[in-house]
Structures are given as C-alpha cells and as structure tokens.
Design a protein around this ligand. Structure first.
Ligand SMILES: [Zn+2]
Length: 615
C-alpha cells in the first residue's frame, strides 16, 4: 500500500495438521546463545487493569533456560515502532531470588539467574498519540477495548526462535478476545508455536461486534471496535464485499492457507497491517457511514499480503530479530504485485474500483510512472531498497516501489498472455511463487525471472536486465502492442481538481533518527526547488527570516505558497550556511492516452478482450 499500507514481512508459515508451524530460516540474531536442542518454553500473562488504561503488565514464566540468557523486543522490518522505549519496571525472579538485568542495547537485555527457570515482569506504558489519528497496528487501550500483543507487547528470548509459548490474558469483565493465535480449551489462553507466530499475531480485546462467514469451509470473522459516538453504517454490505474478496483469492490460489481468518476493523484509526491469518485495519465509522466501500481497497491489499509478503517472502526477510533487517530488493514484487492484485481482485469480485476500466487504470499507471524521473535513474531493486531506507536514500528523487512494481507486473502479464496465446497470465506466476516460496526459502528477482521464463518459453532476461536489475526507460508501446494497444504521452500543466494551475510544492521536511535538525527533501531535481540549487539533506535554518526548529514549522510556510512567490531559504551544508532564493513556479505532468491499434490482429483483439475483462 502506498506507504500508508504497512506491510509485514517476514516469514512463511506452513499449515501442518491445522496449526501454524514456523519454517526455521537462518539464525538472524548473531547471538551468544543458541538453543539448538532444547528450546525454552514460555508462559506469558498479559494483564489489562480496568482502573488504568494507560499501561498493561506482562509476566514471562520461562522454563529450560540457562544461567545467562538474552531477551529482546522485535524490530518490525517495515514499521519499527520501538516500543522498548515504553518498557518500565523490568524485574526478574529466579529459583534463588532476584537475578541480574543489564540493558546491553536499546532493545536487548542480558539476564543472569540460576538456570532452569526464571520469571520476568515488565510494564508497557502506552504512548499518547496526541491529536494525531492512531495507527491501526499499534497497541492501545481505552475503557471499551484496544489492541495488545505482537512486537508492542512481548519480549522474546534471543536465539530461541522455536520457543513455544502460551499466552494468558486477564482483561476487564465483558471484554472479548479476537486473535489469530491458536485457541485452547481455556477461552483466555492461546498458543504460539514459535516466536514468529507470537510476534506476528495481534490480539484485539474489548467490547466488539463480530460477524462471520465461511469460504471453502474455512471460518472468517469480521470484528469491529467502535468509538462511543460511532456512526452506523451498512455492515451487511461490508461483510458481503469482504466475502467476495475472499472467494476471489481462494479461486486464484486454489486454497486458503490458514485455519481461520480475522479482519480486525477499528474506529478512530488509520492505516492497516497484514498478518499470518488476520489484518488490522483503520476503519473510521464516519467514513464508512459516508461510503462503506471506502476501505475495501485497503482491506484487499492487506488481505492479499497474506499470500504475497507474509508467505511468499523476499530473501532478505528472515526470522524475528531485535535488529532491523537488511533493506530488501524484492519489494517491487511484494508491494507492486499486491497493489496490482488489489485492483484485479476487486474487479473480479464485482466491487467498485477507482478507475472505470482496466484500460483507464493502466493509463493512470503510465501517467504517474512517466511523471517521475526516478524510474529512469534507479532500478526496481534499488527503489525497493529505498522503501524502508532512511529519507534521502535516492538523493534528489523520490519513487514508489508500489507503483513501479505494479507497472512491471502489468507489462509482464501482457508478455505472458502474448507468449502463451492467452492460456497463461501473471496468475500462474503468483501460484508458482506460492508453491516455491511459502516455506523457509525467500525469493530473489532472479527466481521470478526463471519462473516467468519457464511459463513463457521465451527468455525474459532482457526485460529483467533493463527494468528490474537496471534502469532503462520502458518502451511502453512495445508491450502494449502485444494486446493491440498503443499510447501517446503529452506533457501538461499540473492542475487542481477544479482545473486551476497548481504551484510546485514538491519539497518536504524530514528528520533523521537521533538528529534534532530539520532537513529538506527534493523529489525531482527539475522542480523549482531543485533548479534553484537546493538538495536533499540540506539543513533548513530559516524560511523568509523565520527560524525553523522542526518539520511542523516548515510545512505551513510552504503549504500556502502560491505560483510567483519568492521564498528565501537559509540552509546549512558542510561547506557553511548560505541563502537561496526560490521562485515558486507551476510544473508539467505527463498525460497518457491509450488507444486500440486500428489494424489489430485477431490474436491481439482476443487477448485485449480477455485482459480487459480481468480474466
Ligand atoms: Zn503493502
């Protein structure tokens, strides 16, 4: 999802005998202790106190533990919320009394006891979101419910990825529990077969409404937590739409890879995150009352990640770790093809989509892609890496791996349709990816190239060489022609929704972790800001004489700029402080026109009709 979709990562789960097993990959944590033969066993107790919703408490009762061991808090590869900042009152009891705790790193603690057993206790003091809308995947508590579990709640034993655990919840009376964790005969106790399973599955608690349906005999639950002043909306319509999406995914892959699935929808929140067998989705009731379909694309995107990202995972995303994982070269596939299928599954399910037709959708993609020079400068793998890299990774450019991946997926689909005379499509690639990469092994772009080569019978190496590993300009007409289409590109003044020329505001402020200074980011070197001599990474001292202490000081000064305004910026670089004057201009955007070639062959026409109908 557009960066507001937060994606999980990691690993793959195999469904064996109905329970999730974690396919062990590599030892991601280079640690001092490896539990090769005897894994620790942990009983977690999480308590929500009805007299205090600003924190919750966790006890870890651990067995099979040596004298010295390490605990950590998992860094999510895509959104590391660093909840280790909110841990307080950490204590340890061992069989001979209190043990010793040394914090060795921000998210890593060394515990020394007497071996055998240990009981750890800590509190998570929940941060306030202030006026900002809450992100749907973050832990929160209110008098009527909240979200706990996952990397925001549970410490883990470093080096013991196969440690099984039970999770017992003590919650206020009248609250329900909704989670993808495996249930037990005790309604308040759940089971996680590995650290990955424990950390991946959020736990929704509170006074919630539940609806359910089955697809292929598999139960699906839709849960809604509402604010006290919630508006009513058409829940039957929402439920029916979600069921149609599930049916389309089951049809595409031929099976559902989980024992049950929970859609956890939350009032008063935004953003969404996928998990092994659940999604957390911000779903404000006022927005749903206005248009109940407005969150369907977000739900579809996260739900599709259940396959493409959680199970079919990139080679760089391995097991859980308290350290941030390496940047991934494969997100063009994980995000780009997921957004490709968001549009496609919604069309196949007969749900309302943003663009009126696939032709219109492709036109929009080509327009957005062509308007951004970063795609001519950086390969898809490099832009994948930029997705979760620090701001400024691409210098004076910015780009979306979601958009680039969707464009590449759309063109590969056309190549496969042409090479197989309409018998195969990118659907076949996705199914093979699921069979080959839902286990311990993650994929690389080379693997995708080999699968497509196998399906097409043609070598697609040049395409990958040019556009995935390299940064050659795409000749769109070469691929559009395969289904009898051609396009023309025009450059036009960028306009507002009411057709007025808009000012070029393609500049943004940012702060790097650990820095107290505000820097600027340029998204296009040909913007009025880039042409005036500004560069990504410049430190902003003042704008029009007003000193800048934070990003929020900068935004209003720029947001209200008009075409023709002159802005004086004082910036600092290693060479010193200088003043730069910028005249705010308008800017040009690409417009794509797709048309059918008049002299299309019968094959081109047939492939076009098949493609257009989302088959
Ligand atoms: Zn995503």
């Amino acid at each position: 999802m557009q960066k507001k979709y937060y994606t999980v990562l990691v690993a793959a789960l195999m469904m064996l005998t109905g329970s999730a097993q974690h396919p062990l990959k590599h030892w991601t944590d280079a640690i001092e202790i490896r539990y090769d033969s005897r894994q620790p066993v942990i009983n977690y107790f999480l308590t929500v106190d009805s007299s205090n919703f600003s924190s919750f408490e966790v006890t870890m009762q651990i067995r099979n533990i040596p004298d010295t061991f390490y605990i950590g808090m998992v860094a999510h590869p895509e959104y590391d919320d660093r909840y280790w900042r909110y841990v307080t009152d950490l204590s340890v009891e061992t069989k001979k009394g209190g043990g010793k705790i040394v914090r060795e790193d921000s998210a890593k603690w060394k515990i020394t006891g007497n071996g055998g057993i240990a009981s750890l206790h800590y509190k998570i003091n929940l941060p306030s979101t202030g006026d900002a809308i809450r992100s749907s995947w973050k832990a929160y508590l209110t008098p009527t419910g909240g979200l706990v579990g996952g990397p925001h709640s549970f410490m883990y034993i470093i080096g013991a990825p196969l440690a099984p655990s039970s999770i017992s919840l003590k919650i206020p009376e009248g609250w329900q529990i909704v989670t993808g964790l495996q249930s037990t005969s005790d309604p308040n106790t759940f089971f996680a077969s590995s650290t990955w399973v424990l950390i991946d599955d959020p736990i929704f608690v509170g006074k919630v409404k539940n609806w359910s349906f089955k697809v292929d005999g598999i139960p699906h639950r839709v849960t809604y937590w509402s604010l006290p002043d919630a508006k009513t909306f058409d829940t039957a319509a929402l439920l029916s739409s979600i069921q149609k999406l599930v049916e389309q995914a089951a049809f595409l892959f031929g099976r559902l890879p989980y024992r049950e699935f929970s859609f956890m929808l939350q009032d008063g929140a935004s953003g969404a995150l996928e998990h092994n067998n659940s999604v957390t989705v911000g779903a404000p009731s006022a927005q749903l009352a206005n248009n109940v379909n407005s969150i369907l694309s977000e739900i579809t995107h996260e739900y599709f990640h259940t396959w493409n990202l959680v199970r079919i995972h990139t080679a760089e995303y391995e097991d859980v770790s308290y350290k941030t994982p390496p940047l991934s070269k494969g997100l063009w596939w994980s995000e780009g093809l997921t957004i490709f299928y968001t549009d496609l599954l919604m069309r196949r399910a007969g749900l309302p989509v943003f663009d009126s037709s696939r032709l219109n959708h492709l036109e929009t993609l080509i327009r957005r892609y062509s308007s951004t020079p970063a795609y001519l400068k950086f390969s898809a793998e490099k832009i994948s890496m930029a997705s979760y890299a620090p701001a400024g990774f691409l210098g004076d450019y910015s780009a979306s791996t979601h958009l680039q991946g969707e464009v590449l997926g759309a063109l590969l689909d056309l190549m496969i349709r042409d090479a197989t005379n309409g018998k195969r499509s990118i659907d076949d690639v996705m199914r093979i990816m699921m069979e080959r990469f839902s286990g311990p092994k993650g994929f690389t772009s080379k693997d995708i190239e080999q699968i497509i080569t196998g399906i097409c019978g043609n070598n697609v190496h040049q395409f990958f060489q040019n556009h995935v590993y390299g940064n050659k300009q795409i000749d769109f007409n070469k691929y559009l022609k395969l289904i009898g289409l051609e396009h023309q590109l025009e450059w036009k003044e960028a306009l507002s929704n009411d057709n007025k020329p808009v000012p070029d505001l393609r500049i943004f402020p940012y702060q790097l972790p650990g820095e107290n200074i505000t820097r600027i980011g340029i998204t296009n070197p040909l913007s009025c800001w880039g042409r005036a001599g500004l560069h990504t990474g410049d430190i902003i001292k003042s704008v029009n004489g007003k000193s800048i202490a934070s990003a929020s000081d900068f935004r209003p000064l720029i947001r209200n700029a008009q075409r023709g305004d002159t802005i004086l910026m004082e910036i600092e670089r290693p060479a010193g402080v200088s003043k730069i004057s910028i005249v705010v201009s308008g800017y040009q955007q690409a417009v794509a026109h797709l048309t059918q070639i008049a002299a299309s062959t019968e094959k081109q026409k047939r492939l076009y009709e098949q493609w257009l109908s989302a088959k």
